[in-house]
Design a protein around this ligand. Structure first.
Ligand SMILES: *Cc1c(COP(=O)(O)O)cnc(C)c1O
Length: 386
């Protein structure tokens, strides 16, 4: 039996090791010149006006919400089918997550479900103050349509673009034109650093606020203070987080960015091979995607299948690791407690679809043999059920 297929393995560009050693030898390892250069490189890659590098996508989301200066306790629309960090960001910023159901085909809230949630808030006398949208699996949402459906200004909508690098709609990359897009460089994401995040924004003021708040709210970071001619003086004008990116991370990010386009190409090829091999298998639904004018980032290859949990065990036994994206927020103990059972019962499509979701291995280092093994194991398990 050939070796097991892991669910994900991070790829690292050949230049990473040298880049890290250079930073270690430079005498400056925390936020400094490499972070500034990475911000410029990532802005160039996205076509973004401003990029601020931070510790994670979760802190990026919280910093953007804080940067909006909403009144405490504001209702913020969010998919229930998302990562818990995105919900925590809303709560840590002092606001109230309002769960939005998904559209069954795209696995993200559509204009209809957003409009339903927004209308409910209006009739309760507490209209939505902001919204987080999520590019599930790398599928870029129609931001303009969702913003209109929520009745919000574009400066009140944040993209959770953790799955977003490489995605685009109508020729505009995710992060190039929205008020705020939050990226993740976590180990499993399309551009892994290990840990890290970034905010891309069209708004200079938001960029300035996030830049100060990522480091305690200090008016000057220590690199600026220690540079020749720098002063030891700084002020704190607003309360911030400790959420800066280090120059070690940034140097890895700069090397990784040069490899990202090739990795995205490989992901697209792997997806085409899965589509071809899996089409028509009994009991299996390949999520339908409206790909008209859409550049998918292929962060995840998500399928739907009944009795998913049994299939996970069968695949595991055949040496194929899988994952689930996501366990809905409405199923988690803590959120059920703070949001209440009534709020958690408002996402029936999410509840139903989430029981069937399964993510297959998809990463640039997945060999054709490894992928064949996934396909063979899945085919065998599904045919045996038929
Ligand atoms: C991974 C992920 C996050 C969190 O990213 P971190 O950089 O680990 O904070 C947020 N949202 C989604 C959809 C994710 O998949």
């Amino acid at each position: 039996m050939s070796s097991a297929v892991p669910f994900t393995v991070p790829s690292f560009a050949g230049e990473v090791a040298d880049a890290v050693v250079k930073v270690l030898d430079s005498g400056w390892v925390t936020t400094g010149p490499q972070t500034a250069a990475f911000e410029q490189d990532f802005a160039d890659y996205l076509g973004a006006a401003h990029v601020v590098a931070v510790a994670s996508c979760t802190t990026a989301l919280e910093l953007c919400l804080r940067g909006m200066g909403l009144p405490q306790g504001s209702p913020v629309l969010t998919p229930s089918l998302t990562f818990c960090g995105a919900i925590n960001a809303i709560l840590h910023a002092g606001h109230r997550p309002v769960l939005v159901d998904i559209d069954e085909d795209t696995l993200v809230p559509g204009p209809e479900t957003v409009a339903v949630a927004a209308a409910r808030l209006v009739s309760a006398g507490t209209p939505a103050a902001a919204m987080i949208v999520q590019n599930q699996g790398g599928y870029p949402v129609d931001l303009a349509a969702l913003t209109a459906a929520a009745g919000l200004d574009r400066t009140r909508v944040i993209e959770d673009a953790a799955h977003g690098p490489g995605a685009g709609r109508d020729g505009a990359p995710v992060g190039s034109s929205s008020y705020a897009a939050c990226f993740s460089f976590y180990a499993t994401k399309n551009m892994p650093i290990g840990e890290g995040g970034a905010v891309a924004t069209t708004d200079q003021e938001l960029a300035d606020r996030v830049r100060a708040m990522r480091l305690h709210g200090m008016s000057k970071d220590s690199w600026k203070r220690y540079m020749p001619g720098g002063s030891w003086r700084y002020d704190v004008k607003d309360i911030g987080l400790k959420a800066n990116m280090t120059d070690i991370q940034a140097s890895i990010g700069r090397a990784q960015l040069t490899a990202l386009p090739e990795w995205q190409r490989v992901r697209g090829e792997l997806v085409a091979r899965y589509d071809e091999a899996l089409r028509g298998l009994p009991g299996l639904t390949l999520p339908q995607r409206d790909l008209d004018g859409v550049q998918h980032a292929w962060h995840l290859y998500q399928i739907r299948v009944p009795e998913r949990d049994a299939l996970i065990a069968e695949l595991e036994a055949a040496g194929v690791a899988t994952s689930v994206h996501f366990i809905p927020a409405s199923h988690m103990t803590y959120y059920r407690g703070v949001l209440g059972e009534q709020e958690c019962a408002r996402v029936p499509v999410t509840d139903r679809v989430a029981e069937e979701l399964l993510s297959l291995p998809l990463y640039p280092g997945l060999s054709p043999d490894g992928q064949d093994r996934v396909v063979t194991a899945l085919t065998k398990a599904l045919r045996a059920r038929d």
